[in-house]
Design a protein around this ligand. Structure first.
Ligand code: DX5
Ligand code: ZN
Length: 234
């Protein structure tokens, strides 16, 4: 997985038709998705339940590119090997999910997967500066995790800008998750984000039988983000 800061659109399959999940993954990739974002929720760390490693393993053959697994679970460590064996390319854990995030990130990298660190909207960047050499991605949550279709929290844009400065030349992606649309994507792209997760804004209007809207939605988000990009960041 070579590193670059080009804008990447990562549709969240939380907004897909769960009864056709393999076909949905194939459809969004055919329609231009760069990564496929997989939201794992435990009904404890977040107030919603989705699925576990068996589902991720079932999805894997339907994803040709990067499978980006966002764990909204606590504890995390007992499940890392299972998600890695299921085929996750990136495993992202929340800073808030436990007291030993450094150990968690080490355990993720030990599997061969890339390590992501997710931050809730109320969490600052203090801890991140001590973890920069242990992470491949920071996921800035622009909604409170748990549900798709929520509104973008604008106060997070400043956090993205500060994070971009903190990262400097290190090969660390900045991912935005929550409320990303063609209207909000420029705000975070201008601030330095490169990976944009979008659930409802990608899947709206389409289906596996009519996937063209997925492509139009992806292109609209990408074009809005690229137009707002600081030139040096591309
Ligand atoms: C929220 C999830 C997101 C969610 C985004 O807890 O982590 O990935 O699917 O959905 P939208 O893009 O609809 O805000
Ligand atoms: Zn997510």
């Amino acid at each position: 997985m070579p590193f670059d800061r080009a804008i990447k659109i990562a549709p969240s399959i939380l907004s897909a038709d769960f009864a056709a999940i393999g076909a949905e993954c194939r459809a969004v990739e055919e329609q231009g998705a760069d990564w496929v974002h997989v939201d794992v929720m435990d009904g404890h760390f977040v107030p919603n339940l989705t699925f576990g490693p068996a589902m991720v393993k079932a999805i894997r053959p339907h994803v040709r590119g990067v499978m980006d697994v966002h764990l909204m679970i606590a504890p995390v460590d007992p499940y890392i090997d299972a998600f890695a064996e299921a085929g996750a390319d990136i495993i992202t854990a929340h800073l808030e999910a436990g007291p030993h995030i450094h150990r968690t990130l080490q355990a993720i990298r030990a599997t061969g997967a890339r390590a992501g660190l997710a931050l809730n909207p109320g969490t600052g960047l203090d801890a991140v500066s001590h973890l920069l050499d242990s992470i491949d991605l920071v996921c800035v949550m622009t909604v409170n995790p748990g549900f798709g279709g929520q509104s973008f929290i604008a106060s997070q844009v400043e956090k993205v800008r500060a994070l971009r400065d903190l990262i400097g030349d290190r090969p660390v992606h900045i991912e935005i998750d929550g409320g990303v649309t063609p209207e909000t994507a420029p705000l975070v792209a201008a601030a330095g984000a490169d990976v944009l997760v979008a659930g409802s804004a990608v899947f709206r209007g389409g289906s596996v039988d009519n996937p063209a809207p997925y492509g139009a939605n992806i292109r609209a988000i990408r074009a809005a983000a690229e137009a707002a990009r600081p030139r040096a960041a591309a």
